[in-house]
Design a protein around this ligand. Structure first.
Ligand SMILES: [Zn+2]
Ligand SMILES: [Zn+2]
Length: 146
């Protein structure tokens, strides 16, 4: 989960390997400029006066990645409305596949499951982190509180 885009960029710079100090500095400068650029875009977004038609696809994609974690997921409060139920061996699920598609493990007896409104089910421990970054069901893409 991307916690902080600054940290993300810094990590990439450090991992880029055997560059000269000069190109490293030039890259740092380019990264700083790019960050400044997207910070301006983000500020504009918050003021609601950005026009997505003025941005090309790559800009939109980068912007989406920069703010994605804040806009695509559900809050802890909403996730807490999804109450887990206990799986019991032999319990008939809508799908005959009694396994979690996130971790690809069959449900153990007494596993805590969450069934979404679309009736797809997952381990509670698997779907909660997912919903924090993406509010749609991983199988059918239906928004949980859409
Ligand atoms: Zn799972
Ligand atoms: Zn679904």
């Amino acid at each position: 989960m991307p916690r902080n885009r600054h940290v993300h960029v810094n990590t990439e710079v450090r991992h880029s390997g055997s560059m000269s100090v000069t190109s490293q500095l030039a890259l740092d400068e380019a990264v700083a400029k790019a960050l400044q650029y997207y910070e301006n875009k983000l500020a504009a977004t918050r003021q609601d006066d950005i026009d997505p038609d003025d941005m090309n696809y790559e800009e939109l994609q980068a912007l989406g990645e920069a703010i994605g974690a804040e806009t695509r997921g559900l809050s802890d409060e909403l996730i807490s409305f999804l109450t887990p139920s206990m799986y019991a061996t032999g319990f008939v699920l809508r799908d005959e596949h009694a396994e979690c598609v996130i971790c690809c493990m069959p449900y153990e007896d007494q596993a805590a499951l969450i069934t979404l409104p679309c009736e797809h089910h997952y381990h509670s421990d698997c779907i909660r982190p997912w919903l924090k970054i993406n509010k749609a069901c991983p199988i059918c893409g239906e928004e949980v509180f859409g």
